[in-house]
Ligand binder design. Structure first.
Ligand SMILES: [Zn+2]
Length: 301
């Protein structure tokens, strides 16, 4: 008799051969502009989910465990992506790893069953405790395992390996990089933006110098990584990471030169052609990277 474990693995293998699979139509109530959810096999055990609400997510499917990386922005999308995983394995999601605390990565958590293992950096958990004050449903989904080391070996078995890495404040103060050494890949949350300005949450302790340090650290990981999955871009390679470092460094030097020349924030914004956008009703004003970097260069140490 085939054991449940073997059975699930066989089921997994047979479907893993499918590269990308389009999923069900958007559920009733979903905004029509929302792209359909799709799941893509990246390499080995690693799958990327695009579309639906919120940021891209990933799944790492082993013989006995299913790791979700990030949780989407709505319960509907969180459930829809788990449905997609059920077509690949009968093992339910056992662990959710959260790359950071932004709503487009965590607000779908109540779409997962309660009581599973939820892991994040301890500073991400602190931000989530704050977020739960205005979103009570999150209170049942706060991380029940945290870490504060620079590296944590989360899973290592004959069929897969996951490491968590923390390189200090960058996009927020508690960003986790999820490394899959055997797939030579990482899921980096919002630490990498391709072809657009980075988002740095100063209000959550994010820093531009930390973003550069983190991107450089990604390139130093051994064995060298080749695939970088992220919340808001297509899979990137080392060249895109190098380009992101160069572009952020260039932005910082340009702003530093203006600060050294005694320019005010208004002058600097003008130099970049930035028009002040009002805050959305009830929301916080978006602070772009130019203002964030200006404040970093001018803050009292
Ligand atoms: Zn984010």
């Amino acid at each position: 008799m085939i054991s449940r474990r073997t059975m699930s693995w066989l089921l997994g293998v047979s479907v893993l051969a499918i590269g990308a699979l389009a999923l069900a139509r958007p559920a009733a109530g979903q905004a029509p502009s929302q792209p359909p959810l799709t799941m893509h096999r990246i390499a080995g055990n690693l799958f990327l989910v695009k579309g639906g609400s919120g940021a891209n997510t990933a799944f790492y499917i082993t013989k006995n465990e299913v790791f979700a990386i990030d949780a989407k922005m709505s319960v509907e999308s969180a459930k829809e992506m788990q449905e997609a995983v059920r077509r690949l394995t009968i093992i339910p999601v056992t662990t959710v790893i959260l790359t950071h605390s932004d709503g487009d990565h965590i607000n779908g958590l109540p779409g997962f069953r309660k009581g599973l293992s939820l892991i994040a950096h301890e500073r991400c958990k602190a931000d989530m405790v704050e977020a739960a004050k205005s979103m009570p449903a999150l209170a049942d989904y706060l991380p029940n395992a945290t870490y504060n080391e620079s590296r944590l070996h989360l899973y290592n078995d004959d069929d897969g390996e996951i490491e968590l890495a923390y390189f200090g404040p960058a996009h927020t103060s508690g960003d986790t990089v999820v490394v899959f050494p055997r797939e030579k890949a990482a899921f980096v949350g919002d630490l990498v933006f391709v072809g657009r300005d980075p988002v740095i949450h100063r209000s959550k302790g994010g820093r531009s110098d930390g973003c550069i340090r983190t991107l450089e650290a990604l390139l130093e990981i051994k064995p060298p990584l080749e695939i970088f999955l992220s919340g808001h871009a297509d899979p990137a390679g080392r060249a895109e990471i190098e380009a992101a470092v160069a572009s952020l460094e260039a932005l910082r030097s340009k702003i530093k030169a203006l600060v050294d020349a005694g320019k005010t924030l208004a002058d600097v914004k003008k130099a970049f052609g930035i028009e002040e956008a009002p805050a959305p009703p009830g929301g916080r004003r978006y602070m772009g990277p130019v203002e964030t970097i200006y404040l970093e260069f001018t803050e009292k140490k």
